[in-house]
Design a protein around this ligand. Structure first.
Ligand SMILES: O=C(CSCCNC(=O)c1cc(-c2ccc(F)cc2)cc(O)c1O)c1ccc(O)c(O)c1
Ligand SMILES: [Mg+2]
Length: 214
């Protein structure tokens, strides 16, 4: 049997990036996905918005829902201060296996805790398992119909605090219409849309940034 798209992406990183250099890992993936084979990484255009929000928030504890191959885990972890952590949840074991190798290739394995499983099951265990009081930053990039239930779950588990920033990918394409309705008509959130394009394409997409108010 042939290789998978994530396996080919890992090969491209091992061939073209420098071990321990997150920037070269990001560039290698972006080059591969733009010129060789599209893949559902947040990508370079939306990645710049992710970087700027991260720099502004400077989170001590960050959560990512939907690791895929670890591209945004590397983007996030490279900008974290020492002693800050990223917990990233991935449902698909094959994706998780590749992501671990790409995160390690970037030299960021000490800043990233990759957890395999369904976000709906794992979010209620965050406090007991990882001693998390609350998250300063959450990147939503998994099943689009899980954005609302998982946001509600984070609220109910007391994992959001005043000022926590939620940043959601793909709110236009593939789209997360219920999520936009939820955060935009909600007095507990201050929301703003950042227009961009679907990774490696000219198709419209964007990120929704929502600050939890209480
Ligand atoms: O990771 C997953 C499921 S798959 C990844 C979701 N992401 C997408 O589907 C995704 C898709 C597209 C896209 C695809 C085809 C197009 F034609 C256009 C756009 C782009 C993206 O940027 C994406 O992020 C998970 C499931 C359950 C859990 O509980 C959990 O924690 C994680
Ligand atoms: Mg995405």
């Amino acid at each position: 049997t042939g290789s998978s798209r994530p396996q080919r992406m890992l090969k491209a990183v091992q061939k073209n990036a420098t071990k321990g250099d997150p920037k070269s890992v990001i560039s290698a993936i972006d080059y591969y996905c733009r010129h060789k084979e599209w893949a559902m990484n947040v990508g370079d255009d939306k990645g710049l918005i992710l970087d700027s929000v991260l720099t502004e928030v400077n989170p001590s504890t960050a959560l990512e829902l939907g690791t895929y191959c670890g591209y945004s885990s590397v983007r996030i972890a490279r900008l974290l201060s020492p002693d800050s952590k990223l917990i990233t949840i991935e449902f698909n074991p094959a994706f998780a296996a590749i992501a671990r190798q790409i995160i390690a290739y970037a030299g960021l394995q000490d800043k990233v805790i990759l957890v395999e499983g369904a976000s709906g099951d794992l979010i209620p265990k965050m406090k007991e398992r990882f001693g998390i009081k609350s998250f300063d930053f959450v990147f939503l990039d998994h099943w689009k119909d899980r954005y609302v239930p998982d946001t509600k779950l984070l609220e109910d588990c007391g994992l959001l605090k005043k000022g926590t920033v939620l940043l959601a990918d793909n709110v236009i394409c593939p789209g997360a219409p219920e999520y936009l309705k939820y955060v935009r008509n909600n007095p507990r959130y201050e929301s703003r849309y950042y227009p961009s394009n679907l990774e490696y394409t000219k198709v419209e997409d964007g990120l929704e940034k929502s600050v939890f108010l209480e």
